[in-house]
Design a protein around this ligand. Structure first.
Ligand code: VAH
Length: 313
């Protein structure tokens, strides 16, 4: 039985559904701080769960016979910069609760990290799996501390912790909330709706991006991997493409020739994006558990525009 926290968020909305397809609806308990009337809630067990309540988390895990927690509840990078103390409390408080529950009940845990776990003095091109990590954002600090906690619980208590450093994720089901990479999602919706988009980071801001289907597949693949093959318990670099807003706009123009992009820089999110790598080296994930992205910028753009159009009709 799998418990998903933050299952109404950008990743959670789709991952809970994917896991239900893989393992059966009744074997995936979706949870979030509040209930929404959507497919995730209606297609299988859903509980309202505040991950800041550690004893409630243990009680739920026992009650449902949970053996795996996918921990997605978090404040993302831009939100975390506007309320850093709240971000620390939620991101770290919830993670320690999940790891403590996993220690006590011998659970397997997936904890996402991010390209946000790197800072300005990390090599930006082909960022290594093991390299300097001195992020300058509260979100990045949470991610590095989270990575180290997962490593600690594995080595000290034998908790089966696994994670990936997600690039900016692009999806059409649920929008990201308060992310720096939200432009890479908004641009497809605006292109379809208004044939124009005002981007909040500069045209040459190059970041790792990934289409949600590849991200979902990576989680399932990593969680099913032979634990003996996993050299890293903190988190694996994974990526699908390195792209700038200009790259995305040029790809969209192949489908919507009249599409126009202009720029109105948000200094907070520009500074965050500038501190992150341009392209990750994901050779460790490829070697240890066979990760391989299917969607590049061309394939993602074609699919996103088609799905967003369908969603709007
Ligand atoms: C964010 N979408 O923007 C998240 C993610 C790599 C970006 O961590 O904060």
């Amino acid at each position: 039985k799998i418990l998903v926290t933050g299952s109404l968020g950008q990743i959670g909305s789709e991952l809970a559904m994917k896991l239900r397809q893989e393992y059966g609806s009744m074997n995936v308990i979706a949870s979030d701080i509040r209930r929404l009337d959507n497919e995730t809630v209606e297609s299988g067990p859903f509980i309202e769960l505040d991950v800041m309540d550690g004893s409630k988390l243990v009680e739920v895990a026992k009650k449902y016979g949970v053996d795996t927690i996918i921990h997605l509840a978090a404040l993302l990078s831009a939100s975390a910069e506007t309320k850093p103390l709240q971000a620390w409390n939620l991101n770290m408080g919830s993670l320690i609760n999940v790891l403590e529950a996993a220690r006590e009940l011998r659970l397997k845990v997936f904890v996402p990290s991010s390209i946000g776990a790197f800072g300005s003095d990390t090599p930006k091109q082909q960022t290594p799996q093991v390299t300097i990590q001195r992020p300058s954002t509260m979100y990045g600090i949470n991610k590095v501390a989270g990575e180290l906690l997962c490593d600690y619980y594995f080595h000290k208590y034998g908790v089966d912790t696994r994670g990936v450093r997600f690039p900016g994720l692009v999806s059409y089901v649920a929008p990201p909330g308060g992310g720096t990479t939200d432009y890479a999602v908004e641009i497809y919706f605006e292109a379809t709706r208004k044939k124009r988009y005002t981007c909040f980071v500069s045209e040459n801001t190059c970041l790792d991006l990934m289409y949600m289907p590849d991200a979902l597949k990576a989680v399932v693949q990593l969680m099913e991997a032979d634990p003996g093959k996993l050299r890293f318990r903190n988190s694996y670099n994974i990526t699908a493409m390195s792209a700038t807003p200009e790259d995305i706009a040029n790809e969209i123009k192949k489908h919507i020739p009249s599409f126009e992009i202009d720029y109105k820089i948000d200094p907070v999110r520009q500074a965050i994006a500038d501190s992150w790598p341009d392209s990750l080296d994901d050779s460790a994930a490829r070697k240890d558990w066979g990760f391989k992205a299917e969607f590049g910028l061309e394939e993602m753009t074609e699919d996103m525009l088609e799905k967003v159009k369908k969603k709007r009709s």
